[in-house]
Design a protein around this ligand. Structure first.
Ligand code: BDR
Ligand code: CA
Length: 313
């Protein structure tokens, strides 16, 4: 069983990522760390606890990570409550869990787990990469032992979703993303190139409405589906950004990747926060970033629905 830590900015699709990791028997979710992003880091942690409670995993510990990006100089785009709702989870009210957010710092928890489990640990980050960059700065030799780092973020072959070149998780902290990408660590990038292709509709969420918990989850995700219908009517559903990253971390054969030495542009110009191949290292050996460029949509959706139908039956 694969040990996994999720680093989330809960967020509706982050909530689905948590549910997917709980549902897949191939994974033991050993902890969840929060970052700022879709919502403030403290709220993201509180939301993660509520979602864990909802999907029957109340004992998974939740830690707060960084509350701000590394690039304090730059006034990033404001948090857009329109996409995930004022509370981050579609303005659906979930009961307050019995458990509290852990007191240990998220980055310290991450490093302790990396130390303990080494190559048996998988980290999936579905928010800004600030916690990963902080862990790298603090103990690069410990991070080097981690088996698998998969991120939802970036856009290589398609436009960004917050600027013509920038994807949200990268745009929230490009300095951190660049630090991670250029670290040499083995990274799988599950970006908009593939996540814009895995879509969910109300036909699917309706299937969860057989239980109270499933109905809450369907209400949360339907909020996102409605937002997507307004903002991206051409897609015909909401993107499964974050749960696709979890799926790929568990079963890499869901996607086809190309290997590249990448960087993230951090100059404060119109190309800010672009994920792109590093011109200076085009021919450098052993490129460390596997960029997902194609996805087995039908098989992924079938597995996704299998897990969710199992949670809510
Ligand atoms: C990413 O940005 C966030 O809004 C989503 O949760 C996802 O992680 C998509 O660009
Ligand atoms: Ca997210």
């Amino acid at each position: 069983v694969q040990k996994m830590i999720l680093d989330v900015d809960t967020g509706i699709d982050d909530a689905m990522a948590i549910a997917y990791a709980v549902a897949d028997p191939a994974v033991e979710l050993i902890g969840v760390i929060s970052s700022f992003g879709n919502i403030e880091a403290d709220r993201a942690a509180a939301n993660a606890l509520r979602i864990l409670n909802l999907v029957g995993a109340p004992d998974v510990p939740v830690f707060v990570g960084h509350r701000n990006p590394l690039d304090h100089e730059y006034n990033r785009l404001p948090i857009n409550a329109q996409i995930h709702g004022d509370n981050g989870i579609g303005d659906v009210q979930l009961p307050t869990p019995n458990q509290a957010v852990a007191t240990q710092n998220g980055v310290d928890f991450l490093l302790a787990a990396a130390q303990q489990y080494g190559k048996d640990l998988t980290i999936v980050a579905t928010g800004p990469m600030t916690n990963l960059a902080a862990a790298l700065t603090k103990a690069p030799e410990v991070m080097q032992q981690v088996g698998n780092i998969t991120i939802m973020g970036g856009a290589l072959t398609v436009p960004g979703n917050v600027t013509p070149v920038a994807e949200a998780n990268v745009e929230q902290d490009p300095v951190a993303a660049n630090q991670l990408f250029t670290s040499g660590l083995p990274i799988t990038m599950v970006g908009l190139d593939v996540t814009l292709r895995t879509l969910l509709t109300k036909d699917e969420t309706a299937q969860w409405r057989t239980t109270e918990a499933g109905t809450k989850m369907a209400d949360i995700v339907d909020y996102y589906i409605n937002v997507y219908a307004d903002i991206y009517p051409e897609l015909g559903g909401c993107s499964l950004h974050d749960p696709l990253a979890v799926g790929v971390a568990i079963d890499p054969s869901f996607v086809e990747t190309i290997s590249l030495n990448m960087l993230v542009t951090t100059e404060h110009d119109p190309y800010y926060a672009r994920t792109i191949g590093d011109k200076a290292r085009l021919n450098a050996p052993n490129p460390n970033v596997k960029v997902a460029v194609a996805v087995d949509i039908d098989r992924y959706l079938a597995v996704f629905m299998h897990h969710f139908n199992h949670l809510f039956r």
